[in-house]
Each structure stands twice: as structure tokens, then as C-alpha cells.
Design a protein around this ligand. Sequence first.
Ligand code: ADP
Ligand code: MG
Length: 564
Amino acid sequence: TTVLEQGNISIHTENIFPIIKKWLYSDHEIFIRELVSNAVDAISKLSMLSRSGEFSGELTPEIQLQIDKDAKTLSITDNGIGMTAEEIKQYINQVAFSSAEEFITKYKDSTDQQIIGHFGLGFYSSFMVADRVDIDTLSYQEAATPVHWSCDGTTEFQLSESARTERGTTITLHLMDDEQEYLEPGRIRQLIKTYCDFMPVPIQLDGEVINKQEAPWKQSPSSLEDSDYLELYRYLYPFEEEPLLWVHLNTDYPFVVNGILYFPKLKPDVDVNKGQIKLFCNQVFVSENCEEIIPRFLMPLRGVIDSTDIPLNVSRSFLQNDRTVRRIADYIAKKVGDRLKELYRDSQADYIRCWQDLGTFVKFGSLNDDKFKQQVKDYVIFRTTADLGQTDTPKVEVQQGEDDAWAEADSPQVATDANGAFYTTLKDYLERNQGKHENRVYYATDEVSQATYIQLHQSQGLEVLFMDSFIDTHFVSFLESEYSDVKFLRVDSDLDQTLIDADKSSEIVDSATNKTRSEQVKELFEKALKRPQVTIRTEALKANDQSAPPAMVLLPEEIRRMQE
Ligand code: ADP
Ligand code: MG
């Protein structure tokens, strides 16, 4: 072969190769992502030329991986745009080199190993695993000369003519002795599944396509069925329960973000610091966790975020302060809020069915993010003791598909979960109970241990809300500060004295105990509250005084039950 050129890659740092080899020790495997994305890029460049008419040849996109155990090589072949000798000199010797160099200079002294997915290393990442790299390539251009480039990891390279007849590029890695794992087809399959599964070109190994290719998040939401979303979820999280709902992110302006986020069923032990959302850049997997990109409260979500506008070759701390990243985070939070609102309005039954899990999430979000709080505050619901099905107000008929049907309905909403329990918003609760008590909310934190107190309140015609999920302890104090004019009274500790009002029968002396009804009630409450200072208003209510709170009446059976 004719040697076209033997030369030196111009360098500014003494030698980047030892640094490349050492620097990202645990992450050697990413070379495959870099080389396969270059192959995909080369193919998309050619299809672009094909669309614009500059290329009229045949193009069936394909990437081939080949393992040669004897020669200890791994090669990646694409049928993309290819390179001329001039382009190799420009793109490989200069561009690729200088971007790798820039990357290394920036981070070689850094102790911050947290560069997201070590992105931006590019072609030269192959020197993390290979002691020699060959490029064999033929450009799509008419009458192009095939070329061969070879470099042994020093700054010297060789460029010669090649015998190649097929358009495209083959990168051959001569693997180092301690990198022989990449000669195992199983290892390569695993890496392709991790990094290249959703890349839009078939990747073949041993005559078999080993990547999935379609990335549903890149499609328009209207072209997808529920089953498509569920299929992706099962694919990404095979051993998990079905998600409750999902949000399809799809925007081009002012930044590009695609993605599908799923709400999983939440477990009380959910670790909100460990994200499970996968970060992609143009269908290339980058990182398993993207805590810096999505707001912390969205951490329990799962799924995919794909954006070319997230700077990936920067440290995580930089990312947190990046303006675009912050705006993307806001956008995602807003879309999630919108989705909740939509579900609340369009299918309240589903909303309630999912509320146990959604609720935790919504409350966590409200506690952590002001904008999100504003967005969802009208969609926070509570299970209630009230039988809303029996209210005098007529049941609201919701017409399917009629937007804002719930919002326009001004009578209390009737909504139950699978057990027939009713749910209400705080606003509806306050409105409904206006006649009985102004700005008071009675709540229970444990249905079982507070059963007696709940009954006690119910028997007084008082509606009790359940705030009994693991996050509610925090949420109640949050509500107290949000609704400063509302008093939140826990059924077992904050007995509302003004409501304990003896009726006419209160002074009747019970023959068995020799105590008046009001004395009995008082004793009971003292016992119940383990606190002696309960006082009971004794002035009887005027029977017709509507403005006065209702008298508290204990039925004899309840008194008996409490005494037991
Ligand atoms: P980047 O992909 O970010 O441009 P790389 O270091 O990965 O940086 O690659 C440098 C350049 O080398 C690419 O921009 C491209 O012009 C060229 N290149 C690399 N691989 C191929 C390939 N398989 N086919 C054609 N050109 C390639
Ligand atoms: Mg690249």
C-alpha cells in the first residue's frame, strides 16, 4: 500500500493518551457508545444528503460489529458518509483530537469524577481500550479514494491508501491485554443494550440485530397508544408493577426535550435521592440518574429524558447552576403538574384510584417546589368520613370529554375509591361545612387507633378528613402555614371545646353513675385525651339558632363503648 502521509498529531498537552487511558478507569466501556454514535451520525449525515438530493446512491442504514478473537480486535463498520484523506486529517487528527484534548485539559486535574456520562470524549475514547486503532474508510463522494489511518496511541499516525470497495467506515480496535472482555459477544450485547438500544439504526452482531431501535419518546404522542407506553415501561423496568400514569414530554422550543415519565406505585421506603430516570442524548444512553436535571421532588418518577440541550461534558455541580438546565427542570415539573390536572378533570375515578401513590408525590412536590404547589393545590384531595353521595346537593353529571366540566360544576363533587370511600378537596370541605364551623378542619392520622374519636366527631355531625399517609405528618404542618386562617384539629388531641355543648339532656342525672350527662362527657374526653383541662360549655343552644354550632350529643351506646 502507498503511504500517503506519515505525520504527527499536533499536540498542546504533552500526551493525552496516557491520560485518556487512566483517567476514566471505571468507565472504559463508554468507547462503544462513542464509536457507535459516530457510526449513527455518519449514516444520518448521508441520509440528509440523500434527502437533499446530493446523494442518490442506495442507503440501507446498518452498523456491523465484528469480533476477531485470534486477532484480538473489535471492529465497528457503518455504511454512512465515509471520509476522504483530507477529512480524516481534519476530523480525526485535528477536530477529534482537539476536542479530546480540550476535554482532558479541563478535567485532568479535577477531582470531580462526576462528569455526566463522560460525554464528549468522542473518537479518542477508543484509546482507553485499544493500543492501536485503524480506520478504514471510503467516502460517498464520487471517485473518492479509500483510505486507511492507523495510530498506536502515541501522537504519530499513518495514512495510506486502502483496498476498501464499500462506502462507509470501519473502526478496528486492537484491544489491550487487560481489555479482552470486549472480545466476548455477551459483553458487547450487554453494552449495546445499555448504551445503543434505542439508536435508530440496526446494529448487528453475528448476523443478528441486537438493538431495539425505536425510541417511542421521539414519536408524537398522538401516534402512540397506551399499550406502547406500557410496553416501553415493561421493557425499561421489567420486574416492576405497572405504572399509574405517564407524561409525554415533547418540545422543540426554546429547548429540545423529549421523554416519557412514568409515575410508579410508590413504596413508603422510596429513596427520593436515587433517581431512576434514564438520561439520553439523541437516543444515546448517557446516565442512569439525572438528579441535577429534574427537580428533586420528581425523583420518584421513572422513564426517559432525552435532550441535546443539556450540556453533558460538564461537571454535575456546573449542571445544577446552568440556566437552560433549570428551565428544562421547570418545564418538566410544569408538564407533570398539567398531567395531574388533566387526570383530575378528565377521569376523576382514575385520579382517586391512583391517589394513594399520586398523593405522596403531589404532597412531596408541594412541600418542595413553590411553583408546583401553586399548580396542584386545587387537586390535593383527602379521604373523608362524609357520605358525599347522600348530600342534598344534586350529583354532578360529568360529561365525558367536556373540558372543565369539573371546574365549572359548583356543587360538591362526588368521588369514591374502590372501597366506596369519598374524597374531597380542602376547599370543598370548608365550603360544605361552613354552616357548622368556620375555618376548621378535623382530621385523623390513624383510622384504627383513632376510631373512637372519629366516631365521636361523626356522631356530632362533624366531617373528618384522613391525613394518614406517611408524608401527611409534614403535610399537615405545611397546610397549617398555607391556610393560616384555618385551624387544623386532630381528632384525638385537639378537641374543639366550642363544639362540646351540652344540650338540654346534659343536666339529666344518670341513675347508674349518678353523674350528669355533661359530667360524663367531660370525664370521657379527659380520659380520652389524658388531659384534664377539657371544659364544656353548658349554656344550652336555642333550638332554632342556625348560626350557632351544633350541640355535641353523645348517644348512650357511644358513651358505653368509650367507657369499656
Ligand atoms: P464528534 O462526534 O463529537 O464530532 P468525535 O471525536 O466522536 O467527535 O468524532 C470526530 C469526527 O470524526 C466526527 O465529527 C466525524 O466527522 C468524524 N468521524 C468519526 N467517526 C466517523 C465515522 N464512522 N464516519 C464518518 N466520520 C466519522
Ligand atoms: Mg462522536
